[in-house]
Design a protein around this ligand. Structure first.
Ligand code: MTE
Length: 324
């Protein structure tokens, strides 16, 4: 069979994954005679969304946090409105404009469980956790595998501080993270062909690298739900799908976690997923990116421009699919 591979700038974003996986799955489900399940929000759902939004954030006094000037940008910051209304959060739907649906997510009370290869398993209240961590602001580029990018002021803390807090055993090799999976609040779970819950993983060396960050806020205030409140990963040298949102469980393990996208389509979304303009996605180029807000096309940089921080992590791993 002849398959024409279009270049990145020739494909509409709806064809870029993750959406493309969705459409493939939809065909599969139709072929199975099951039909498509509508996942759009009902008016009642939106009303509940309004109720969930109104509670004040108990950590609001911690923002804005002091900026860490080590991390500089080569481009202007993305407008807050663009970064908060153009999102990927499949639990709330496969479109980019899920920000209203996401308001239904109750983010207090919220607990995070630490388990697996740790000295002692524990479940921690989010506000206690955030107050124990060294909050700072960092300006990072963010590159989605779909070939769009943004530049965001994240507030949060080094993931290294979280790992130290969890006290993993020396035998732990990976950190596995999991998103909430309460179907009551998120219509995406009705799309049963997706491998819920959303899971991601890092090696211990990646998780304790200086660049790995846990986000609790953006633009000088607590994290909006659509961007992954109350706690999300930020790994700017990797494609954005690694940056798991709304984390409820952190497990230390010696088994390499199989992430959500890897489970769906391992050939297209591997464990490492480091940014590299020279390694195309099987269905489009990664050579350049569309800057959110301005539409400008910029050449993509290897490691998304963060090679000084992270390239050394992969020295002994050349046989791995580091860029897929
Ligand atoms: N985390 C969860 N739980 N669910 C998701 O669908 N999407 C990922 C990532 N984290 C996703 C997720 C993808 S594909 C991207 S590009 C980023 O979140 C988008 O983050 P943003 O919406 O804050 O830009």
């Amino acid at each position: 069979m002849f398959i024409k591979r279009k270049r990145g700038w020739e494909i509409p974003e709806s064809e870029a994954t993750p959406e493309a996986v969705f459409h493939d799955r939809r065909k599969l489900v139709q072929a199975m005679g099951l039909g498509v399940i509508a996942a759009s929000a009902t008016p009642g759902f939106i009303a509940a969304a309004g109720a969930a939004t109104s509670a004040p954030d108990p950590t609001a006094d911690l923002y804005p946090a002091k900026r860490n000037e080590t991390f500089t940008l080569d481009r202007p910051l993305t407008a807050e409105k663009d970064a908060t209304t153009y999102n990927n959060f499949y639990e709330f739907g496969t479109d980019k404009d899920i920000y209203q649906e996401a308001q239904a997510l109750p983010i207090r009370p919220w607990q995070v469980k630490f388990d697996g290869m740790v000295e002692k398993e524990m479940t921690v209240d989010i506000d206690d956790l955030i107050r124990k961590m060294p909050l700072e602001e960092r300006l990072y580029r963010h590159r989605c595998v779909e070939a769009w990018s943004m530049a965001v002021p994240w507030t949060g803390f080094p993931m290294k501080a979280l790992v130290e807090f969890a006290k993993p055993k020396a035998s732990a090799k990976y950190v596995r993270m999991e998103t909430f999976s309460d179907a009551k609040f998120a219509p995406g779970f009705k799309q049963f062909w997706y491998p819920w819950p959303y899971v991601e993983g890092l090696t211990m060396a990646e998780a304790t690298n200086d660049l790995a960050f846990i986000g609790t806020g953006i633009y000088g205030h607590p994290m909006p739900r659509q961007n992954g409140a109350p706690l999300r990963l930020v790994t700017p040298w990797k494609y954005g799908f690694k940056s798991i949102k709304s984390i409820v469980k952190i497990t230390f393990t010696d088994q390499r976690p199989v992430s959500y996208w890897e489970k769906l389509q391992a050939k297209e979304y591997g464990f490492w997923a480091n940014v590299n303009p020279e390694v195309p996605h099987p269905r489009w180029s990664q050579a350049s990116e569309r800057v959110l807000g301005t539409g400008e096309r910029k050449p993509t940089l290897i490691w998304n421009g963060y090679g000084d921080f992270v390239a050394g992590l992969y020295d002994g791993l050349k046989s791995e699919r580091l860029f897929v």
